[in-house]
Design a protein around this ligand. Sequence first.
Ligand code: COI
Length: 356
Amino acid sequence: MSELKMDLIDNENKKQKPDADKIAFGKHYSDHMFIMDYSTDKGWYDPRIVPYEPITLDPAAMIFHYGQTVFEGLKAYRTTTDKILLFRPEQNFKRLNLSSDRLSIPAIDEELALTYLKKLIEVEKDWVPQAEGNSLYIRPFIIATEPNLSLAPSETYQFMIILSPVGSYYKEGIHPVRIHVEDEYTRAVRGGTGKAKTAGNYAAAYKAQERATKEGYSQVLWLDGVEKKYIEEVGSMNVFFKINGEIVTPELNGSILEGITRMSIIELLKDWGIPITERKISLEELYEAYDQDKLEEAFGTGTAAVISPVGELNWGDRNMVINNREIGEMSKKLYDTLTGIQTGKVEDLYNWTVEV
Ligand code: COI
């Protein structure tokens, strides 16, 4: 692979950064981005850091027609001693390659990708927010660029990384969100692309999301696409429930995203000796536990969502108010520990953070 090239803009042409208290998720972008090209004859080539600007693509580029694309999401955090930390970035590049494999996109070199990302963050270090709860969201993605309308994997691609300073994903912040159970539309089915981070999974969720938003819910909870019986995920996060002292989360089944925050929460709970089980959880079981006063907490986990307590779960005319719409003890402890490790306030016993 060729040498990393850099085309950096002058200080006076740099953008103004958003105010710390007005950062909306995904609305602001830093001054530079990373790009690397692929062609079947050259492999991945020409890695470069260039000014952030619109890119030009042929209208016949395959990404526009058949959605051959994958993405990732991770964050850079500024510690109180001004270090910049990434959280388990190697896991993101590993998952990017797994998603790529599902979409017939050529793999990238994971170690090199991390080297390029660190270089980009170094260039853009002033964009990593200082304020508590804010961070620099990192969006690596790959798109099929070959102009060709026939149905076959593209012969050319672009791998890009863009950076966006963000605050909390939900307007509720760490306050419990309201979630609507979706039982008409399906997000993903066994053998489909559910566990891959690919655009189509997210676009296919909008219809249900729109309806839920209209009714005042933050997100929808997806059920399995075959029996419409078992809980899968929320779309922007994986879900956990505390039932009668035990924490449970849906087992990975090919249609649920294999969340890195999910994996970290399971590892933390195991390390703390708290019972955690990955298994099928039916909606009926959840309502039964609720009726018997055994549903103690519910929360979602994700890079963007961090740990988001669920205060209300609605399924048609069956409504659950969980933990009095307050953040539960376990959700709070997990939130404090995870964000503490990510921002260097809590000792990283697990070697999860990587300094830039
Ligand atoms: C993330 O948590 O990074 C995600 O990919 C969720 C995103 C679709 C908002």
